[in-house]
Design a protein around this ligand. Structure first.
Ligand code: S3P
Length: 430
């Protein structure tokens, strides 16, 4: 436990920042680099607890990975040369490691066992176990393999046509990764587009994959070629500082080289809709991923409705969007976001509890929240529920609170953003 007391900001937010590499893309670069033939170099890799779980998982499977700062060199072993590990694989708190690795392990003609921390152990794995079993993987665990720890015996997979029953890029990616090892074609249909980093990177590594709208088709058993990856800055990390500039009057902040993949930029659309001034410069695209510089300038905020197809495009930003909405005139409604209840913690409950404890007016609903703005935040004691995004949201809220905000435990922030407090100091001079 690492309690943290944060005082209000004494001046507007200003300057510029480069946020760390994208977490989703960093995980996928390790996975595809390990499964490719040859050496893959990853630059601007996110060094964090979650991504190190994926690195360690592949080391256990016999892949040599060299780390030098944020550059990683992966000596890929191809699809057929991973080794049966001696010990169980630990996924820590990382849902992305767990779901995506289960796709890979389903393809391995050997036995593995895997476990997670107490939070991950409560999160559903049946959403990937079910389609991967239909492809031919064998899983066992509590409640018919619905939860970690899981025992996996993989191999001999066959492609399937799968319609995603949940809006989840992790499920889509697990099926695609299993599909790499499967005989025949794997087809996926999703109702609402979710982040497409796996598809983009598979294409960059030479997989036989085609996407058209919400339909993906990939031929299995063809080899991947090592391909260098430059990881854009993580828009989900940038979101905290975008929020800081949006809620502290007089602020103007530039975030450099942030990922701008359309499946992730919902927060930009929402900020513009709420009245914030947002501009984007220096756009570039590498390996199918676009990035650029985002400048946010504070303007008075107005309430909005966030629902339907935009939800997967900002799912991880909803706690901090609720904070922004607490500073907007009127009633902001968030709906269709029931997936929030299945994240690192129940993020609807944790966001409502955290914000209300420090003076906001937020009501939970089954699939979202209603935020009544504008509230003067008072400060006080709040709980982060060992969820990195709740802890960072509360830290940003402290900038505009009248009194100090005391967060019970900020250690979870190392899951995705170990330099968060340094960056917060850099832009607030505190
Ligand atoms: C992720 C997908 C999302 C997101 C998570 C990362 C990924 O989860 O919330 O932080 O990298 O694929 P779901 O697929 O469960 O929506």
């Amino acid at each position: 436990m690492k309690e943290m007391t944060l005082a209000p900001a004494s001046s507007p937010i200003s300057g510029e920042l480069q946020v760390p590499g994208d977490k989703s893309i960093s995980h996928r670069a390790i996975i595809l680099g390990s499964l490719a033939e040859g050496t893959t170099t990853i630059t601007q890799f996110l060094i964090s607890e979650d991504t190190s779980r994926t690195v360690e998982a592949f080391r256990r499977l016999g892949v040599e990975i060299e780390e030098k700062g944020t550059s990683l060199k992966i000596h890929g072993r191809g699809l057929a040369a991973l080794q049966e590990p001696y010990e169980p694989i630990y996924f820590g708190n990382s849902g992305t490691t767990a779901r995506l690795m289960l796709g890979v392990l389903a393809g391995m003609p050997f036995f593995t066992s895997a476990y997670g921390d107490p939070h991950l152990t409560r999160r559903p794995m049946d959403r990937v176990v079910e389609p991967l079993s239909a492809m031919g993987g064998h899983f066992d665990g509590r409640n018919n393999g619905s939860y970690l720890p899981l025992a996996v015996r993989g191999g001999n997979l066959k492609g399937i046509h799968y319609t995603l029953p949940v809006k989840s890029a992790q499920v889509k990616s697990a099926v695609l990764l299993g599909g790499l090892f499967a005989e025949g074609t794997t087809e996926i249909t999703e109702e609402t587009p979710s982040r497409n980093h796996t598809e983009n990177m598979l294409e960059a590594f030479g997989a036989d994959i085609k996407t058209s709208g919400c339909h993906i088709q990939m031929t299995g058993e063809s080899s991947l070629a090592a391909t260098d990856v430059t990881v854009p800055g993580d828009i989900s990390s940038a979101a905290f500082f975008m929020a800081a500039a949006a809620i502290v009057p007089g602020s103007k902040l530039t975030l450099r080289r942030v990922g701008l993949n359309h499946s992730r930029t919902g927060i930009i659309d929402v900020l513009i809709e709420m009245g914030t001034q947002v501009s984007i410069a220096n756009k570039q695209t590498i390996g199918g991923e676009t990035f650029g510089d985002i400048t946010i300038a504070h303007r008075p905020l107005k309430a909005t409705v966030i629902e339907s197809d935009i939800i997967p495009r900002l799912i991880d930003e909803l706690p901090v969007i609720a904070l922004i909405a607490s500073q907007a005139e009127g009633e902001t409604i968030i709906r269709d976001a029931e997936e929030l209840r299945l994240k690192e913690t129940d993020r609807i409950q944790a966001t409502v509890d955290g914000l209300n404890r420090i003076g906001a007016d937020v009501e939970p609903t089954a699939d979202g929240m209603i935020i009544n703005g504008k509230s003067a935040l008072t400060g006080g004691q709040a709980k982060a529920y060992h969820d990195h995004r709740i802890a960072m949201m509360l830290a940003i809220a402290s900038l505009i609170a009248k009194q100090k905000v005391v967060i019970d435990d900020v250690s979870s922030i190392a899951i995705s953003y170990p330099d968060f407090f340094q960056h917060l100091r850099d832009i607030t001079n505190r």
